[in-house]
Design a protein around this ligand. Structure first.
Ligand code: NAD
Length: 313
């Protein structure tokens, strides 16, 4: 029969694309429950799904920050039977930490970390009873390597990686798989939303040098990186489909080979100096030539440390 796949955060970006890709599976192997906080935002998804809408794809409201919403959503699934849970909902946060309130930081953790924990807590007991299931989590390269001025976002993804790394062992005993997808930059509203937030920032309590490093050094190189190395949501959806269709799904799944040297650095030098200094040089010494530097870095990185990506090509 069809596998029931529940996906969080489907009104845009990667979540939307995963929902559509699975709903349009040629062999109709999936029934997709595409969820979003506000069903008023369903139009883009419904349009992209075309004929699949209300056949292999149905919609449900779900806010991963609300215990009540998570419970109600899972309760309204037939027999609460979910074969594959895809935790995709997430928010970014960019900027000097001095200008970010603890409240804002908590909101990021509530979505990116506790949102995943809420979903897993709600779905896991049924999966355990059935001795089957697959839990997929949208992590990031920033779940493996810290990135300047993304301090809190990175921390939220690290928290989730630690949680999943621990859970994976127990879940395996119940024949439940857990996989993380770790994209580099992806062209979605995520990027646009963060840039809009940044434009509104007035940096209270931040010294002029830090503001300058953020606005004049970090932001332009970040834009360069997105342009040079960004993937499309379709790429991430294809990788995710490969992961859920694999007989022995990988736990970690980097999607962008241009990023593998970055995650290898900390394994190449256990003191951490290599990664800190490389990032320092990338930002402050090479700035505009960042992507060229990245390619050189890729060639230099010891081949035994090169990480294999999941790739449909
Ligand atoms: P996006 O902003 O287009 O999508 C995120 C979705 O999550 C949105 O639809 C948003 O409404 C939803 N969401 C936010 N808070 C929610 C909540 N409380 N409950 C339910 N839904 C909520 O951005 P995206 O790039 O598609 O992001 C999807 C995931 O991919 C995120 O977890 C993000 O951290 C991760 N990611 C993104 C990139 C990137 O560069 N875009 C890179 C690596 C990882």
């Amino acid at each position: 029969g069809q596998k029931v796949v529940l996906i969080t955060g489907c009104s845009s970006g990667i979540g939307l694309r995963i929902a559509v890709t699975l709903a349009k599976d040629e062999k109709k192997r999936y029934h997709v429950i595409a969820t979003m906080r506000d069903l008023k935002k369903k139009d883009k998804l419904v349009e992209a799904a075309g004929d699949a809408y209300e056949k292999t794809m149905t919609l449900l409201p779900l806010d991963v920050c609300s215990d009540e919403s998570v419970r109600q959503c899972v309760n309204s699934v037939n027999d609460r039977h979910i074969d594959i849970l895809i935790n995709n909902a997430g928010v970014g946060l960019l900027g000097p930490v001095e200008s970010i309130s603890i409240e804002e930081m908590k909101r990021v953790f509530d979505t990116n970390f506790f949102g995943v924990v809420r979903m897993i807590k709600e779905v896991m007991p049924d999966m355990k009873k059935r001795r089957s299931g697959h839990i997929v989590v949208m992590s990031s390269v920033m779940g493996l390597q810290g990135v300047v001025f993304n301090d809190v976002y990175t921390a939220s993804k690290f928290a989730m990686e630690g949680f999943c790394e621990s859970m994976a062992v127990q879940l395996l005993k119940f024949n439940i798989r857990l996989s993380m997808i770790e994209p580099g930059p992806v062209h979605t509203e995520f990027e646009t939303k963060m840039m809009e937030d940044v434009a509104k920032m007035d940096f209270p309590g931040v010294d002029a040098d830090t503001v300058r490093y953020f606005k004049d050094v970090y932001l332009p190189s970040s834009t360069d990186i997105f342009e040079a190395m960004g993937q499309m949501p379709e790429d991430i959806a294809k990788c995710t489909k490969m992961v859920i269709e694999s007989d022995s799904p990988r736990f970690r799944n980097l999607t962008n080979s241009l990023y593998t040297p970055i995650v290898a650095l900390k394994y190449a030098d256990e003191t951490g100096g290599l990664s800190v200094n490389t990032f320092y040089n990338l930002l402050f010494n090479f700035g505009p030539l960042m992507h060229i530097t990245m390619s050189i870095l890729k060639c230099l990185t010891c081949s035994c440390l090169r990480r294999r990506t999941i790739s449909p090509n």
